[in-house]
Structures are given as structure tokens and as C-alpha cells.
Design a protein around this ligand. Structure first.
Ligand SMILES: [Zn+2]
Length: 344
């Protein structure tokens, strides 16, 4: 009996050992499962959200309430566009070093206190010269500007601007095609951005091209992108280019707005920011003829000053009358005749 008892005890010990081993194995399996599960969950969740975001921005339109206001600010032979949605503001381009102050005043008059973003489409004075004054006046969350090869732009104002962005610790992002950012319910998507290798030495071709979508309405902001950028966009993402409103590239110069690009965008309205009597004679005869041929209504700062667009889910209204299909020389001459300008 004593032997049986010992044998039984041994078996019991074995059983206990097996049970303990089984518990350890199960516990390890549970620990491993949960560890693995939570790691996967934490990695995948933001990625899934990002994919969903891009999908909605790419091909679907989401109905929106409210309005998106776009101000084409009269800042001479330069660009500056203010966007407002649901009390938030963003700016694409900032006028020149000398008209940056006018842009600042315009924003102050509109009640702007801070900017969600400022985009500098490319580092020419007529787009980014006024950015220093803008960043000096308004809090700004993020600045977008293209990646420029070292040594290509060495102007003093550009160096000072870059120093300011660095010193003030403003987040700086070089846009890439398909990048998206938002202003309220408006979606800003980068649809054109050449690399430094592709752009070469022509600074205009560094221009970041942004499609602004609000409900069913789209506006294409082109900076001074010339035909090389347009051709690249036609090759890579032609399907995305259709927009109701086109901000004409390079102030209506004939270096932009190729026939094939205009057909792909197929806009109802065109925006031209230029100065009366500008030495480049923008907009060009060729460009205004194309706009007339395609019956695209044009709004231009040289004829009416600043223009405000009010965009709703499926419509746009303008606070000024549409302009004439006159080239830069004709507009300047008509103003000279009325004594408003001395041509130089
Ligand atoms: Zn320009």
C-alpha cells in the first residue's frame, strides 16, 4: 500500500507537472496572441484611415454644407490667394516683397488671426517675396514649398525667409504628388510637382500644382507651372485634372495653358492675377484667344482688382463681373487712353 501510495503520488506529481506545463503553454499562447494582436492593431489603424482618406479625395465627392471663399488678392504682377472655410484660413502665395504688405492688410481686414497653412508655389519674388511679412504678422501652422536644389536660389529675400522659418520653428514640408491637406471640409491635393531633376533650372517649373475640392466643385491652382509641368500631369494623372475653375498658370503667359492641358482641365471659369501694364504683357494674346474659343469666363485683377469667389457644394459666384478677352497690351492701352496709366 505504501508503494502504491508512492506510485500514486508520483502520478499525481506528473499530472501536476503536465497541468503546470499546459498552463504555461496556454498562458504563453494567450500572451503572444494579445501581444501580436495589439501590435498589428496599433500599426494598421492609422494606415487604414489614411487609405480611406485618400480614396474619398481621389474619386468620390462628399456633399458639404457651408461655403469656401477664395480671394484672388490684387497684389500687382503677382499671386496671392486667400481661402476661408468654416472660420479657418489658408494662403497660397503671398505677393511680392513690396506688395506683401498689401496682402497682410487684406488678410487683417478679413479678420485673419492665424493661418492653417501658407503655400509658396515656387521661390520667385512675385509668389513668395511677401511671405516674410505674412509669417511675421500671422501665426502659421505649416509652410509648404517645393524642394529646391542647393545653390539654385540665392536671393537675399529667400535666404532671410528660410532663416525666419527655421528660427521660428515653423513646420516646413516639401510637397509631393498625392499629398493632401485640409481646410475645414475643403481638400487641397497636390496633383503636380516636378522633382529638382525634372524641373531643371527653370524655377517656374518647380511650381506646386494643387487641386482644391469642395463638394462637387474643383479649383486648380497652378502657380507659374509651364508646359513641362502640364505635360507631366497629362502623362501621369490626367483623370484628376478636370476642374470647374482654373487659376491660369504664369499670369496667363503663353508659356503655360497648352491646348491639351486646357482640354483636360475643361474649366468653365479662369482666374488671371496680373497688373495693368506689366512688362511681360500678360495675359498673352494666344492665351486669351484660347479662353474665348472655349467660352471660358475670365476674372482678372488687372481689370477689376481683387475678386472673391464664393463656392458652395455645387456652385460658384463671383463678386465682380467677368472680364474681357483682352491681352495685356490691349488692357494697358485702354487704361492709358483714359489717363489711368503711363505705359513704360
Ligand atoms: Zn509669377
Amino acid at each position: 500500500m505504501a508503494t502504491d501510495k508512492r506510485k500514486l503520488t508520483k502520478r499525481q506529481k506528473e499530472i501536476i507537472l503536465y497541468v503546470v506545463l499546459a498552463i504555461i503553454v496556454i498562458a504563453f499562447a494567450i500572451w503572444y496572441y494579445y501581444k501580436y494582436y495589439y501590435v498589428v492593431e496599433s500599426i494598421n489603424t492609422p494606415i487604414i484611415l489614411e487609405v480611406e482618406d485618400n480614396t474619398s479625395g481621389d474619386s468620390e465627392t462628399v456633399d458639404v454644407d457651408g461655403i469656401l471663399q477664395v480671394h484672388m488678392i490684387d497684389c500687382g504682377q503677382a499671386d496671392s490667394f486667400l481661402f476661408e472655410q468654416n472660420g479657418e484660413y489658408g494662403l497660397i502665395d503671398c505677393g511680392t516683397r513690396s506688395t506683401g504688405k498689401d496682402v497682410v492688410k487684406y488678410l487683417q481686414d478679413e479678420g485673419v488671426k492665424e493661418l492653417q497653412f501658407v503655400v509658396g508655389t515656387h521661390p520667385h519674388d512675385d509668389h513668395m517675396g511677401g511671405m516674410y511679412d505674412v509669417l511675421n504678422t500671422f501665426a502659421c501652422n505649416i509652410v509648404y514649398m517645393p524642394d529646391i536644389e542647393d545653390g539654385l536660389v540665392t536671393t537675399n529675400w529667400y535666404m532671410q525667409l528660410m532663416q525666419k522659418i527655421s528660427k521660428d520653428k515653423i513646420k516646413l514640408v516639401n510637397p509631393k504628388v498625392d499629398d493632401e491637406f485640409h481646410l475645414g471640409e475643403a481638400i487641397f491635393k497636390v496633383v503636380g510637382q516636378l522633382t529638382p531633376e525634372e524641373a531643371g533650372s527653370n524655377i517656374n517649373n518647380y511650381s506646386t500644382v494643387i487641386k482644391v475640392s469642395f463638394g462637387t466643385m474643383d479649383l486648380l491652382m497652378t502657380g507659374d507651372a509651364e508646359t513641362r509641368v502640364e505635360t507631366k500631369m497629362l502623362e501621369t494623372n490626367e483623370d484628376e485634372l478636370q476642374c470647374e475653375i482654373l487659376k491660369l498658370g504664369h499670369h496667363g503667359s503663353n508659356t503655360s495653358t497648352s491646348d491639351s492641358f486646357l482640354k483636360a482641365v475643361d474649366p468653365d471659369y479662369g482666374l488671371i492675377s496680373c497688373e495693368v501694364g506689366n512688362k511681360y504683357q500678360h495675359p498673352s494674346t494666344e492665351t486669351v484667344k484660347k479662353l474665348k474659343k472655349f467660352k471660358i469666363k475670365i476674372y482678372r485683377t488687372d481689370e477689376t482688382g481683387s475678386v472673391v469667389l464664393t463656392i458652395s457644394n455645387d456652385d460658384v459666384t463671383f463678386d465682380k463681373k467677368a472680364g474681357d478677352y483682352k491681352d495685356g497690351i490691349t488692357v494697358a492701352n485702354s487704361v492709358i487712353k483714359t489717363g489711368g496709366l503711363s505705359w513704360n
